[in-house]
Design a protein around this ligand. Structure first.
Ligand code: 8X3
Length: 249
């Protein structure tokens, strides 16, 4: 299969790219960091096509896709909209508007634009699968999730709405909703490089790993074409729901 994965320079995206190549697929992988993409290209070989651009920058995205061989662009079997990030865990009134903007650009606009660019070709060949990486943060509010959680709620509802629009077509959409995942740069990015704070998030918890997520993606793409997994919400066993908060002043 031809699998297009956004955000392959680290975390889930990197692991998914590696495992898809191992399983005999071809991968087009995007990322901002050219050095990491080049290293991945050297590791994964000719079935890996790197595309360097910032998914939060729509001009860069469109230029990169326009430069891609049409035969490739028109024949994508699976689009994994993985690129995304969280910035900050402060209450809304103490956040940086630039962080909000970056999350909105990357997690929602970039994802929508990628889908908009590739979906028509899937519809034209009446075949395809889009896997949108959302989050439990899109389902349940928590302290400091403000815009991050809202962008993931967008992703989840977008996935469901795509399903509605694709009625009668053999184009499938899955919304993947992971909870606490470690072994990625997620928390270092969220805490703007504060490794100590990031480490504390994962202390004494058996968290979900990129390998777990990659296994789920491989399982999703191996489903028969008459099956659509609408949503796949997953948490570590040791993570569960918080109660409602009552402040007693
Ligand atoms: C990542 C999951 O729990 O850190 O989207 O919000 S969480």
């Amino acid at each position: 299969m031809n699998i297009f994965i956004t955000g392959v320079t680290s975390g889930f995206g990197k692991q998914i790219a590696i495992d898809c190549i191992k399983n005999g697929h071809a991968v087009i992988g995007t990322g901002r960091r050219l050095d990491k993409l080049t290293a991945l290209k050297n590791e994964l070989g000719e079935r890996f096509i790197p595309l360097a651009f910032d998914i939060g920058n729509l001009d860069e995205l469109n230029t990169a896709l326009a430069g891609l061989d049409k035969a490739i662009l028109h024949n994508i079997d699976v689009l994994v909209n993985n690129a995304g990030l969280a910035l900050g865990l402060e209450p809304a009134h103490q956040t940086d508007m630039n962080d909000w903007q970056t999350m909105i650009n990357t997690n929602t606009l970039g994802l929508a634009q990628m889908t908009h660019a590739i979906l028509p070709f899937m519809v034209a060949k009446d075949d395809g699968l889009i896997i949108n990486v959302s989050s439990t943060a899109g389902n349940y509010p928590y302290f400091g999730a403000n815009v991050y959680g809202a962008t993931k709620a967008f992703v989840t509802q977008f996935s469901l709405n795509l399903r509605a629009d694709l009625v009668g077509k053999n184009v499938r959409v899955t919304n993947l909703e992971p909870g606490l995942c470690g072994g990625t740069e997620f928390s270092n990015v969220r805490f703007h490089g504060d490794d100590n704070k990031a480490k504390q998030v994962y202390e004494n918890v058996a968290f979900i790993t990129p390998k777990d997520i990659s296994n789920m993606v491989l399982w999703l793409i191996s489903q028969p074409k008459h099956i659509n997994i609408n949503r796949l919400e997953v948490m570590p066993t040791m993570q569960t729901f918080a109660g409602l908060t009552v402040f007693k002043g």
